[in-house]
Design a protein around this ligand. Structure first.
Ligand SMILES: [Zn+2]
Length: 299
């Protein structure tokens, strides 16, 4: 950039008014430029310049990664401590990993309120719902989700909240035009974290559907994370437990008997919300879920 006073470099660090450039500076710059041109005309010079370029690019990339690793705000840690029992019972290093996963999720997925305000607690509860089922899989991320919509209440299959039929849905994984989206009722999301002795958490429920979907089908058989030897025992156990629910001989919520996909999501809610009780009442099923989610509760 030139002005009538002289020459300025782009960063504004060095200023030499043109009229007053000393002779030794002129000689120094000319010599430097000549040596530089000679240097890059040799194979060694070219290699060094290329090497420096590669290092520069790596450095830029590295600094970008570092910049994203922001410190988890204390206020957010307090919200998680108050609201999320799963987070509370983690060891200190696991809490840090949980927080990193939350930041990664919030970086990957947009959370939007539909005609409602969305605050930090709402975002953190959505993120916690996502992080909990994947906590046994370090490095895994939801590649099949772009956005979570929060509704002010229940809705129906046509995404209607006021008028229409069957406005009783609490959460949904989008299909068709809503692919890569999830809808959650904000009050139901909060309710799921209010009572950690319950077997209900709509956030966890919907994110488990998303994991189930990762192999292409929402069918109750999460092939992406259930190892091959456990697939047959898994299917047999599912049929047996679904029959028990239908017969009224199980404490698993009745909605779990709707089909295999709902069974997986409903039992996952139970597994993460109230593992102690599930281990006592359903030891075999509990052991299979521990293997599937690669997670052992310390409670
Ligand atoms: Zn469901």
């Amino acid at each position: 950039m030139f002005d009538n006073q002289g020459l300025k470099c782009k960063l504004g660090i060095t200023t030499f008014p043109l009229k007053r450039v000393p002779v030794f500076v002129f000689v120094h710059r000319t010599t430097y430029l000549t040596l530089y041109m000679l240097f890059i005309s040799t194979p060694v010079g070219t290699s060094i310049i290329l090497g420096l370029l590669i290092v520069s690019w790596w450095w830029i990339f590295f600094r970008k990664k570092k910049r994203r690793t922001i410190r988890f705000p204390d206020a957010w840690a307090s919200i998680l401590t108050n609201k999320v029992a799963f987070y509370r019972q983690l060891s200190a290093p696991d809490r840090i990993r949980f927080e990193e996963n939350v930041l990664q999720f919030l970086d990957d997925v947009q959370i939007t309120g539909v005609s409602i305000e969305v605050d930090d607690t709402d975002r953190l509860l959505v993120a916690a719902s996502a992080v909990i089922p994947l906590f046994g899989f370090p490095g895994w991320r939801y590649r099949n989700l772009n956005e979570v919509l929060l509704y002010e209440g229940t809705f129906n299959q046509e995404y209607e909240t006021q008028k229409g039929e069957d406005i009783n849905t609490l959460g949904m994984v989008g299909e068709g035009s809503m692919n890569r989206m999830m809808i959650l009722s904000k009050p139901a999301l909060h309710q799921g974290f209010e009572d950690n002795q319950s077997k209900h958490n709509v956030g966890i429920h919907e994110f488990v559907h998303l994991l189930d979907k990762a192999d292409g089908m929402i069918d109750g058989v999460p092939q992406m994370f259930l190892e091959q030897p456990y697939l047959i025992p898994w299917m047999k156990m599912m049929q047996k437990e679904i029959e028990a629910i239908k017969d009224g001989a199980s404490d698993i919520p009745f909605y779990g008997s709707t089909n295999e996909a709902e069974f997986l999501s409903v039992v996952s809610e139970y597994f993460f919300q109230n593992p102690k009780q599930m281990e006592i009442k359903h030891p075999e099923l509990y052991a299979l879920f521990e293997k599937a989610f690669r997670y052992q509760s310390s409670s």
